[in-house]
Structures are given as C-alpha cells and as structure tokens.
Design a protein around this ligand. Structure first.
Ligand code: LMR
Length: 328
C-alpha cells in the first residue's frame, strides 16, 4: 500500500509538465528603496510579475548592494544584470555625451519643461542612441531639482571658492563646479556619505530625496534650495536579453514599465518635498533660499557652462533641447 502510494506520487510527478524556465530580471540601482527610483523599481517588479503571471521574476537590488555606479553599467553590458536606471549624468563615460545636456545648469525651469524633452521626439531619439552600446532605453524616470550642500552657507558663487564638491561622472557637472570656483571630485554615490563625514569632500549636490535617504543631512550643516540643475534617470536593459524575450512576455513587461513610469514620475516631486520637510524637522541642516539678486549671480556664473560644453555635447543637441524646454 505504502509502495503503491509512492509509485503513484512518482507517476504524478512524471506527468507534471516541466515548468517553463523562469525569466529573472536583476534590477540593480544605487539609491535607497524609499526614493522615487527605489519605489519605481519596486512597482515595476510588482506589475511585471503580475502581468506575466510569474513567468518573470524581478529581483531589485538597491543601495549599490550589487554594483556601484560605474560597475553597474559594465555589469549590464556583460549581462550580469538585466536592468538599471542610472542618472542621465552617468552616460558620458559610456561614450554617449548627449545625455549630459540634461545636466546643463537651468536647462529646465520645471517638470513641464522637462517632459517636453523626455516625452517628445528628442527623448525617444536619445534613448535610441544607446542601442549601439548593447543597451535598450525603456523610459525616463524623474527624481528632481538639485540643491547644493556644504558645512558653510552657499549664498553667492564666491562661497564655493576652493570647496571640494562631489559630483557624478559628468563633464558638465565638472565644468559647473569649476565655474563656481569649487574643486569637483567624481565619486560613486555609495561613497558620498562617508566622504562628507570624514571631510574628503566639503559638499555636494543632489535632489533632496537622495540627500535625506543617504543621511547626508547629518553631515551637512547648510543646504541651498538653488534648483540649479536637474537629476533624472533612464531605465535601461541589456539589449540582447530584451530582444530575446518570448513574444508573450515582452508586451506585458512593456505595459508594466509604462505604468511604473507613470507612478515614479507622479511621486517624485512629493518625495522630494517630503524629504526637505523631514530634513528641516531633523534640525541638523539649515536651508537657504536665495534672494533674487543671489539667484541672478548664480545664473550669471553658471550660464557660460553651456557654451563651454557645446563642443563636447554638440551645439545642435543643446539648442534643440533648450528649444523644446523653452530655456533658450
Ligand atoms: C548620484 O550619484 O548622486 C545620483 O545619480 C544617485 C542616483 O542614482 O540618484
């Protein structure tokens, strides 16, 4: 009887069709889970797994758990991870300098201006540039407008003189800090908190959500609400992986991405506003609002970065983006 039961169970096992192999998407990123990008990645996971009825599993690795900035792009190209959302400032080292146009100071007055680029033909064409690097661009995700922080008040360009300022790996951001008289230092995002804490750098720039969720406010006494530049992301996948997806899976993933994008872009502004409020409540950082004259002096100091970077990014690229954004 017992033997019979075992035989029956074995038979049942053999009759069960082999499960189609599960497709795994490793989505690596460098920020905290409770940020616009972190939440967007989680929403994509949820929707992708639901729409593909479990055929696809998305594993999200936040906080540089798997890879730091530069490494993650290499890992994507090698196929060690399938999906990333690096900031637009990080595509230069890949050989695609066009994306650095997003870093130009005061390129976007607000999110409406930004959407004209990211949701229009320019955005589409720019994502297409990634194909030659073995990468498919799927969407633009928002973070927000940057603030400048340090342990001294930054009210006028003179206040930056000689300060070591951490930047992302963008030549535009390098030129921007130099235009202010600061000394730019490229550094991976995961290393910024410690560098600020130990004085390896004096200050940095970031959207408030990044500053707060990395606890940078604990080691920066002042932050200027300057909105001098924008930080956002391109969600990208390994092209070979994407092109090789089964026909019944891909549209479901595309649908999940469209919906996750709407969600991420909807929450980004509030996430950043909430981060400012939380940092104000924490009481470690004093927030500075520029007077009209100070804001004018920042603009005057930073605007030359546009012409300085024209030969690197391309004059036409800058002009067409500025035209779409209404920031000429
Ligand atoms: C940074 O390095 O400061 C940001 O790009 C991090 C991020 O992904 O938002």
């Amino acid at each position: 009887m017992k033997l019979f039961a075992v035989a029956l169970a074995l038979g049942a096992l053999m009759l069960t069709p082999a499960r189609a192999e599960e497709i795994v998407i490793k989505f690596s990123h460098v920020v905290a889970p409770n940020t616009p990008k972190g939440k967007g990645a989680e929403r994509f996971k949820e929707l992708a797994e639901k729409y593909t009825a479990g055929k696809v599993k998305v594993e999200v690795y936040p906080n540089s758990q798997l890879y730091k900035d530069k490494e993650e792009l290499e890992a994507l190209q090698l196929g060690a991870v399938q999906m990333l959302a690096p900031s637009l400032a990080k595509f230069g080292p890949l050989g695609i300098k066009d994306f650095e146009a997003f870093d130009l100071p005061y390129m976007f007055a607000d999110r409406t201006a930004l959407r004209k680029v990211t949701e229009g033909p320019i955005g589409k064409q720019m994502l297409g540039l990634l194909e030659s690097k073995g990468i498919t661009g799927l969407a633009f995700w928002d973070n927000g407008f940057k603030i400048m922080s340090a342990n001294k008040p930054l009210r006028t360009p003179d206040d930056f003189l000689g300060l070591k300022m951490r930047i992302q790996s963008s030549k535009v951001l390098e030129a921007q800090m130099k235009a202010l008289g600061a000394l730019p230092q490229v550094m991976a995002f995961s290393e910024v908190y410690q560098a600020l804490q130990t004085g390896v750098v004096d200050g940095t720039e970031n959207p408030p959500s990044n500053m707060y969720t990395q606890k940078m406010n604990e080691v920066q006494k002042y932050a200027t609400l300057s909105r001098h530049g924008y930080l956002g992301y391109a969600v990208i996948v390994n092209k070979k992986f994407w092109d090789g997806l089964p026909a019944e899976v891909k549209p479901e993933l595309q649908k999940a991405m469209v919906e996750a994008t709407v969600y991420a872009n909807d929450i980004a502004e509030k996430e950043n506003d909430d981060a400012i409020e939380a940092m104000k409540a924490a009481g470690k950082t004093e927030f500075i609002t520029l007077t009209a004259d100070q804001a004018k002096a920042w603009r005057a100091a930073l605007k030359p970065v546009w012409s300085e970077m024209a030969s690197r990014i391309g004059k036409e690229r800058i002009a067409e983006m500025a035209k779409a954004a209404g920031s000429e």
